[in-house]
Design a protein around this ligand. Structure first.
Ligand code: C2O
Length: 548
């Protein structure tokens, strides 16, 4: 295997955006950070040096990390953070997957500015299962605060409310023409030649919003999501949740001119619109004389119908190079609720909450448990060395409390909305097949939660609205060509059913990829036992693994 090696220097970077200036944490002085490109079958080595004032870890979002859980990156799950002034080298093989993924900080809120594209090309000598595009371009959608984001998060957690809404969405780090005038000189531009086909590798790196993405005058053909090939899907709009990626082809087949690409929020919670403007980039045809670009018409921020149509119409390319059939027999069947809740403020007197007032702060939970991060040892070390007391293997410990989401009377029932703090994991035998029903609750409000599982791709069998009903809804399961993802946007006030085969030993985090929902507790982990052979077991930790 070829080895691809990178060095990431994490440190302060002063950036100009929205007519202002901010010091942000960034990799190699770039926002977004460097693109990492490898071929399937290669080994990736990344030396991370933390020159920033904050704790740091890097997560390789969507990479399986077969046997190399030590390189996965979530703080306190698979490693303790790299403290300021220290280093850690991530080493892993990339096999069995290709397409677009990304890397990001996995500690506090720093992934807002510490992120970049991770592109896995087909194995050397192989090609795409579609005609090779003329050019491939990462399109990283992000969010920008004209403020210190560490302070934004600190305030949200200390006060028990939600974080401030960002000041702009961004395309490849830039807000674009529709935000205040200073933005327009830096608007992201893509030059195209009429007649050629381009592949956009779209990544949603935003903290808090799903996004609708369009390109005026053009249609897309989606060919891959979360580094899994799809049946080609023709659409004029792409919907992408934080954590997800979408590879989409478009052909420059329109009259020579300038066209806006645009991203705006899909904000699913009824009555709570977190939307904040529209970010734009420009596709410029060769030979165009600069005129005003054509602007696409974005879906309304609450357009759940469009979002659901996109999300539920995708299917896997079963003739693709890494496709494996979906397991039919299930060893572990789980039913788990996800949603918001409250936790007591305790002695904190800055704490209060816009809904219940001064005694409670916002919390979030899976099955009414708010995940509590360990602090003295990573969970993966506890697993590997057999250390007790870091987590308990009793998730889910009791049937969840499920609500009919139309029953608003339940949503402010104090005893029901209180969550329990614990570090509960689900233990799974090596190679077991797991099915998980993710059911949104209607506590406080309903919202579409993008649930991400580390270490695996899972099959999405079905998704729908209301309460899951096995007799009725199992008839809708797609077992033939279900889409494969690492992040599923569970429909607002609804459910999704996923399956995976636990063939990767270690501790694998699962959580909502809306950023603040993680410290609020919308998470759990799978502890997957080692297999029968050394090749099916977790490797020992690298010598430079950071310690708490
Ligand atoms: Cu992209 Cu656990 O995260």
């Amino acid at each position: 295997a070829n080895v691809v090696e990178h060095t990431f220097n994490v440190g302060n970077l002063t950036v100009q955006r929205l007519c202002g200036q901010q010091v942000v944490t960034a990799v190699n002085g770039m926002l977004p950070g460097p693109t990492v490109k490898i071929h399937e079958g290669d080994k990736l080595i990344v030396h991370v040096h933390n020159h920033s004032p904050y704790n740091m870890t890097i997560h390789w979002h969507g990479i399986f990390q077969l046997q190399t859980g030590w390189a996965d990156g979530p703080a306190y799950i698979t490693q303790c953070p790299i403290t300021p002034g220290n280093s850690y080298t991530y080493k892993f093989n990339v096999t069995g997957q290709e397409g677009t993924l990304w890397w990001h900080a996995h500690v506090s809120v720093l992934r807002a500015t510490v992120h970049g594209a991770l592109i896995i090309l087909p194995r050397r000598g192989r090609s795409y299962p579609f005609p090779k595009p003329y050019k491939e371009i990462p399109i990283i959608l992000g969010e920008y605060w004209d403020a210190d984001i560490m302070e934004v998060e600190r305030q949200a957690l200390a006060t028990g409310g939600g974080p401030n809404i960002s000041d702009a969405y961004t395309i490849n780090g830039q807000p674009g023409d529709l935000y205040p005038p200073c933005s327009s000189n830096y608007t992201y531009k893509l030059d195209v030649v009429k007649g050629n086909t381009y592949m956009l590798r779209i990544i949603n790196a935003a903290l808090n919003n799903q996004l609708f993405f369009k390109l005026a005058g053009h249609r897309f053909k989606v060919v891959s999501i979360d580094s899994s090939y799809t049946d080609p899907y023709d659409t004029d709009v792409i919907v992408v949740a934080p954590g997800q990626t979408t590879d989409a082809l478009f052909t420059a087949n329109q009259p020579i001119g300038d066209y806006y690409m645009a991203a705006s929020a899909y904000s699913s919670a009824p009555g709570l619109q977190f939307a904040n403007g529209t970010t734009t980039g420009i596709v410029r045809y060769k030979g165009a004389t600069s005129a005003k670009p054509l602007m696409p018409i974005q879906p309304a921020a609450n357009d759940t119908i469009t979002a659901h149509r996109f999300y539920s119409n995708l299917t896997s390319l079963v003739t693709g190079p890494h496709w494996l059939p979906c397991p039919i027999d299930i060893d572990d069947q789980m039913f788990v609720t996800i949603g918001l809740g409250f936790a007591p403020c305790g002695g904190n007197n800055n704490c209060s909450n816009p809904v219940l007032g001064s005694q409670y702060r916002f919390a979030a939970s899976m099955n009414n448990v708010s995940f509590q991060f360990p602090s003295r040892l990573s969970m993966l070390e506890a697993f590997h060395f057999g250390v007790n007391g870091i987590y308990t293997e009793d998730f889910p410990n009791r049937p969840p409390i499920v609500f009919d989401y139309t029953n608003t009377a339940l949503s402010l029932n104090i005893p029901l909305v209180m969550t329990t703090k614990a570090t509960r994991v689900k233990k799974v035998k090596y190679n077991a097949t797991v099915e998980m029903v993710l059911q949104n609750t209607a506590l406080l409000s309903i919202e579409n939660h993008p649930m991400h599982l580390h270490g695996y791709d899972f099959y999405v069998l079905a998704q729908g609205f209301g309460n899951f009903n096995r007799t009725r809804d199992s008839k809708k399961f797609n077992l033939y060509n279900p889409q494969e993802r690492n992040t599923i946007a569970v429909p607002v006030g609804g459910w999704a059913v996923i399956r995976f085969r636990a063939n990767n030993p270690g501790v694998w985090f699962m959580h909502c990829h809306l950023d603040v929902h993680l410290p609020w507790g919308l998470a759990t982990a799978f502890v997957v036992e080692n297999g029968p052979t050394p090749e099916t077991s977790l490797l020992p930790p690298p010598p430079d693994l950071p310690q708490c």
